[in-house]
Design a protein around this ligand. Sequence first.
Ligand SMILES: [Zn+2]
Length: 175
Amino acid sequence: MWVWCRCGRRHFGHYGAAGLVLIDDAGRVLLAHRSEHVHFAGTWSFPGGALEQGETPADGALRELYEEIGVPATAVTVVTTVAGMDHEVWRYTYVLGRLNTQWTDVPFAPNSETEAVAWLTPDELDTVPLHPDLAIDLPKLRSALATVIGTPPFPATLAERKQKDTAGSAVVAGD
Ligand SMILES: [Zn+2]
């Protein structure tokens, strides 16, 4: 459902929209390449879309993440939200969430709206053609990401995880 807005554009979603900014333990975020079936085809954006009636931005963004990419809500810990475009009759919310550490291999199952996915660092976000709204919000999103990624508890580095896995299997072997 489109909402006509005084900004001269139309926005999708009667109750606003939200996107899920999924952060992995290397401090990268998941972007989706929009397929030819959707608005602004060929650009990259976060999985997300229009909210349903009564749905919070976090609930809607997690639902869309599952619908578009196949990653279940149980794989994500929501950390914070960042207000994107706000035109009163329509607003967009970024929902920042960490990928839970047990999900190192995300089972991507993109639907027809998504052509591909990629993990990019916040610095790399402007190296791909972004959805125009995301390009506008990028500076404020980067500063929020810097806070989230730089805030304890820091996720284990890959080397630390390997060490822990090795230690874990040694214990099992000792039994
Ligand atoms: Zn507007």
